[in-house]
Design a protein around this ligand. Structure first.
Ligand code: PEP
Ligand code: MG
Length: 598
């Protein structure tokens, strides 16, 4: 038995088998059942196969464009793919330690790194970069179908406890808390976020454990004692008994049906609208289940696929589902969500994604991960749609046809100014005219824009005159405003939603919208962080769209705060010069709520 001391942030004592999440490296480490070993080994092989295909593909493209020398780099990676120290070694780890394939690949990389760090030859040392690249590709391909840690977290057996380096609210929102009985994190800094979450979820939690995610082994029996501020590894019978006793008392984390359906309202009666962000039509059920009032963001680009390759017969549209197919998807969504509204964001892809193999298999669930994308500042979103009228017209016609089956709103992504908006509106008018020629009745559909480029925020007053609604996309707004690539780990610490510039922009956009009397919502990840959500309410926002899993917690937290308190907090916060001071002020305001558990 070993005890690790931390800070208890949510009371209660539970026990379970440890699942380790290394959020920074995006890997999850857990013990697999003996029957699953060969399945994990097969996943390694599939990932190798996909990696080989991609590298061959890239190699020949590079050879054509840049010559054979550069392409040789990829040959080296192809050779490494067959190195016995890679896949066979990872398979050995899977079998020997009964761990998941992702973790085995990560361990192989650590072994490789240790060897490379020893060698004196700078040329050889540089090869570590190649291995890192290859291992990154293997991990990305392992994610295909299963995808990120969040999907893995859904697969867990009953009675686990989650031990993580840190647990961000957006990831926590994806965890099936009926299976994960408690959690513990190394990080203790952003205590208030984690604390609010833990308390709202009613799961015991301990934070500030420093290196628990390295000490605890996957599958190890662990007691999380949120009351006693510690976790206990390999507990004795008596400790376990105490945990079991407590665990039974715990109310089930899943909220009752009626709870989920009740509207979001603050303690002083301010009504808040909570919609869901979804990527796939199938997510609609999750959105409804979570109690979303509507779909605030449907990322329609996930529809781009070759399942219907070339079906439209129009050159340049071979990656897109054809008009009828898209119409059926949109119609299903509108009917499924009725009487709630559905905001469909037109395709937000860049050229690489449109051309890539992964984009073409998107209907099957694959996708180019953000960190694998090419430039995020290139021909993307509405800019790309405007240069591909054939693709855009198909989508717009399908949308306008579907509109009569529910409450549709069309939203354009990545807009940087009024010119683009006007061109896009003209395209909508063209699509409507074409449908009218065909004898269809086209209803009026509200048209809105995402405010996610600083230029759009600064011209929000001008844009507001020409649209029906705004949706603030803080994921991109933060990265472009602060010049911090959201997928680049090296600068992730600078990716700061609480930066004064971000808060001011949000206020600016909210004001522009209210002057023009158009609705404004916010659909970035920021909204699924309960602490940030309360501040956003203080900044005057009353409509949000978030990942479905975050809705229940958001409702709970909103019910515990007063909007007038939050407005006073926002006024104080807007005068503060640094992120630290802002965080501190927010923490102090929420302190009573989070730390005393009132
Ligand atoms: C955003 O940018 O905030 C957003 C919601 O869009 P995405 O994450 O799809 O870029
Ligand atoms: Mg965006």
């Amino acid at each position: 038995m070993r005890r690790l001391a931390g800070i208890g942030v949510s009371p209660g004592v539970v026990s379970g088998r440890a699942v380790i999440l290394i959020q920074r490296a995006q890997v999850l480490r857990y013990q697999i059942a003996p029957a699953r070993v060969e399945h994990e080994v097969a996943r390694l092989e599939q990932s190798r196969g996909r990696s080989r295909e991609q590298l061959t593909d890239i190699g020949s493209r590079v050879a054509r464009r840049r010559g054979p020398e550069l392409a040789a780099l990829f040959d080296a990676q192809l050779l490494m793919l067959d190195d016995p120290m890679l896949v066979p070694r990872a398979a050995e780890i899977v079998r020997g330690q009964r761990v998941n394939a992702e973790w085995a690949v990560q361990q192989v990389f650590d072994e490789f790194s240790a060897v490379f760090d020893e060698v004196a030859d700078p040329y050889l040392r540089e090869r570590k970069g190649d291995v890192a690249d290859l291992v990154g590709r293997m991990k990305m391909n392992l994610r295909q179908g299963v995808s990120t840690p969040r999907d893995l977290l859904r697969e867990l057996d009953e009675s686990s406890v989650l031990i993580a380096d840190e647990l961000t609210p957006s990831l926590a929102a994806q965890v099936d808390w009926t299976k994960v009985r408690g959690f513990a994190t190394d990080a203790g800094s952003r205590t208030y976020h984690t604390a609010i979450l833990a308390r709202s979820l009613e799961v015991p939690a301990v934070v500030g454990l420093h290196n628990a995610s390295q000490i605890v082994q996957p599958g190890q029996l662990v007691v999380v004692d949120g009351t006693g501020s510690e976790i206990i590894l390999d507990p004795d019978a008596e400790t376990l008994e105490r945990a079991t006793h407590h665990g039974e008392d715990r109310r089930p984390a899943a909220a009752a049906d009626a709870d989920r359906r009740r509207p979001a309202i603050t303690a002083d009666g301010l009504r808040i609208r909570l919609d869901a962000n979804i990527e796939f039509p199938d997510d609609l059920a999750a959105a409804r289940y979570a109690g979303a009032e509507g779909i605030g963001l449907y990322r329609s680009e996930f529809l781009l696929a070759a399942a219907v390759s070339g079906a439209s017969g129009v050159p340049g549209t071979e990656d897109a589902a054809d008009e009828d197919e898209q119409y059926e998807v949109y119609r299903g969504m509108l009917e499924g969500m009725a009487p709630g509204s559905v905001t469909v964001r037109t395709f937000d892809v860049d050229e690489d994604q449109l051309a890539s193999r992964s984009a073409r298999t998107a209907l099957g669930g694959g996708w180019v991960a953000d960190e694998q994308r090419g430039s995020r500042q290139g021909l993307r979103g509405l800019r790309l749609s405007l240069t591909r009228p054939e693709l855009f017209q198909v989508q717009l016609r399908a949308l306008l046809r579907a509109a009569r089956h529910g409450r549709l709103r069309i939203m354009f992504p990545f807009v940087s100014g009024v010119e683009q908006l006007r061109q896009a509106r003209q395209m909508v008018a063209d699509a409507a005219a074409e449908l009218t020629r065909r004898g269809e009745v086209v209803p009026r559909v509200p048209i809105g824009v995402m405010i996610e480029i600083p230029a759009a925020a600064y011209t929000a007053d001008l844009l507001a005159r020409e649209v029906d609604f705004f949706t603030i996309g803080t994921n991109d707004l933060i990265q472009y405003c602060l010049a911090v690539d959201r997928a680049d780990e090296r600068v992730s610490a600078l990716y700061e939603p609480l930066h004064p510039a971000i808060l001011r922009m949000i206020v600016m956009v909210r004001r522009a919208a209210s002057r023009q009397r158009i609705p404004v919502s916010l659909c970035g990840e920021m909204a699924s962080d309960p602490a940030l959500l309360t501040l956003l309410v203080g900044l005057g926002l009353t409509e949000f769209s978030m990942t479905p899993g975050a809705i229940a917690v958001a409702k709970q937290v909103l019910a515990e705060v007063r909007s007038d308190d939050m407005r006073a907090l926002a006024r104080r916060v807007l005068r503060l010069p640094t992120v630290d001071e802002i965080e501190h002020e927010l923490l102090a305001a929420l302190g009573r709520l989070t730390l005393t558990g009132e």
